[in-house]
Design a protein around this ligand. Sequence first.
Ligand SMILES: [Cu+2]
Length: 117
Amino acid sequence: MKNMLRALCCAGLFAGLASLASAANMTMTGTISDSMCGASHAKMIAMHKGAKMTDRDCALACVKAGNKYVFVSDGKVYQITNQNLADLQKEAGESVSLTGNVNGDSITVSKVATTKK
Ligand SMILES: [Cu+2]
């Protein structure tokens, strides 16, 4: 019985460590987009042809329409948990180097740096 308890305890400890390990502070390069367009604004921009929208215009317009900022890196779309970060609006649609705490598909952004030279 004692051994059984000890085994359960260890399993709990391991689960705790595993969840800690999955939340990692990382820096990635990618673009700030919106939850409507995700990896590509091409569809939206095509719908609004003649308006000469840029990726940035599109991301800002989508967020204004009630969507959320997302971060796209290597074709993967990350949800951003801290939407009110001013840099998201500043760098919307742009290529950035983004630092944050990644947890599965979501990221809590701590720093956004432009990769424009
Ligand atoms: Cu958009």
